[in-house]
Design a binder for this molecule. Structure first.
Ligand code: SF4
Length: 239
């Protein structure tokens, strides 16, 4: 637990530094366990950091229900960013509602419309954004740093939980009675859109249930993609 206390203090210090030096800053929450840890730390400290989620139109009802849980617990209204209706309608009309199963390109185009474009709108005008990503979550996050230069969005990106393990996340949630998505108790360690997430079996990789029909290397939303290419984000050393 002492290691967790040290992690929590370091994370509080990172969030305070963001509030002091990078205002305006926003936290992109997917309403999953990691995001609830950050939500708890931000809202308990009353930091001037806005919290939003990408309401893709394909989320589980349990995930959307977390917006109400946050309101009940902290009295905070999470901002919802939705895709452009015309873009969704055009994609569905041309390709079908679930065309993301057909190819990586079709999947990334759906993510671009439902996640990337709304994310860009949500980030506009901010100096920094925050995610709940952890290094141990997947092969695509092995080099994740707490602070990075996000060239794609021309701002600084913070991953305050980069050093946290899955056990650290759950120890924090249980110790502090933080509300969490009930899907985590049903075999979903990582939760995205409903048609692109399945429960996993014991021993499977924690992100094995995300876009399970694709190779591990392609399993990202494209939230760091410019002109269809993954953009490398440069880590920044910090005190
Ligand atoms: S996760 Fe699936 S449904 Fe959600 S935006 Fe990406 S492809 Fe579309």
């Amino acid at each position: 637990m002492s290691d967790l206390n040290a992690l929590v203090e370091a994370t509080k210090a990172t969030l305070q530094r963001i509030a002091d030096e990078f205002t305006p800053a926003v936290f992109a929450s997917s309403l999953a366990a990691e995001d609830m840890v950050l939500t708890d730390l931000i809202l308990r400290a009353k930091l001037p950091i806005g919290i939003f989620t990408l309401e893709t139109g394909r989320l589980h009802k349990e995930t959307l229900g977390m917006v109400d849980r946050i309101k009940e617990t902290y009295g905070y209204d999470v901002a919802l960013y939705k895709p452009e209706t015309d873009a969704v309608d055009a994609y569905v009309k041309q390709n079908g509602l679930n065309a993301f199963y057909d190819s990586v390109e079709m999947r990334k185009e759906c993510c671009r419309i439902r996640k990337v474009e709304p994310l860009n709108r949500a980030l506009a005008g901010n100096k920094a954004w925050i995610t709940g990503q952890r290094r141990a979550q997947s092969t695509t996050r092995a080099e994740l740093a707490v602070q990075e230069d996000d060239a794609a969005h021309a701002m600084t990106k913070f991953n305050p939980l980069a050093d946290w393990s899955e056990d650290d996340v759950w120890n924090y949630i249980r110790t502090n009675n933080v509300p969490y998505n009930p899907l985590h108790d049903k075999g979903y360690p990582s939760i995205g859109c409903e048609p692109c997430t399945r429960a996993i079996q014991p021993g499977e990789d924690v992100r094995a249930g995300r876009w399970w029909w694709e190779n591990p290397e392609s399993k990202e939303c494209g939230l760091h993609v410019v002109d269809g290419k993954l953009v490398r984000i440069k880590a920044v050393s910090h005190a």
